[in-house]
Write a protein that binds this ligand. Sequence first.
Ligand code: NAP
Length: 264
Amino acid sequence: MEFIVRGAHSTSSPVSAVIERQRALVLGGSSEARLLATRIAADQRLQGVISLAGRTSAPSPHDLPTRIGGFGGVEGLTRYLIEERISHVVDATHPFAARISANARAACAAAVAPLLVLTRPPWVAAPGDRWTEVADNAAAARALGDAPRRVFLAIGRQGVADFRVAPQHDYVLRVIEPPSADDLPPSCEVIFGRGPFALDDEIALMRDRRIEIIVTKNSGGALAYAKIEAARALGLDVVMIARPASGDAPTTHDIDAAMAFLAS
Ligand code: NAP
């Protein structure tokens, strides 16, 4: 089957009787990307590919053809967009994946391919929440204070080395994949789990490990929210790491809006 790609790399010919289908690249690694992939796969107007960084060794399958691994910076991604005749890009990466998002903005500008960011809204403190909001991991480690505390680290394995500067605390780190032992602070229990987590289980975990303070990224979304509710229920402090700057690409929180963009 031949495809005509509209937009930047249009090869449309008024005389050829071909089916016009958009060719989407979804930058993935989030639950939103997975949902969008399912919607694209079910839409006859669209074809697409989802791209994963390859951080998890056994990612659960997506409903779209999946490519895994970095593109090779802005240059590599630009080349990919052109060679694969990508008509639209949706950056549905995790809100803390700042480098690939910056690369997507630059590559889409270079390849003149339209870009939409699909992301979840950040969490906002509710009554009863005891948040200290900080800019990054280094500030989070400082915000834990000098006195030893029992800390639940919900930041993933990347960045845990930033807490080695605060070795006075006892940490519980929850991860999907094992971290490097060299990255861990001296007193750090590693537990494994992939969300979503139930509120009752989060409360039980915090009680069982006698957690006093939680460090989390402001990832947003419902799937990872139970730990925030658990902290509220138990009156625990939370160090909330703010999102990195997101640039000026058009952004939506709505899968339907992303589908409308892809069909445009
Ligand atoms: P990052 O720092 O923004 O990106 C580092 C490099 O990884 C990029 O320059 C790119 O390599 C490659 N990369 C990242 N996402 C990619 C994708 N979807 N497809 C192909 N290559 C990708 O990213 P990160 O924070 O390490 O996150 C890696 C992946 O994990 C992301 O896809 C993200 O959605 C997911 N994730 C991240 C977090 C988090 O907290 N950061 C949490 C959950 C899931 P090249 O320059 O070679 O293209």
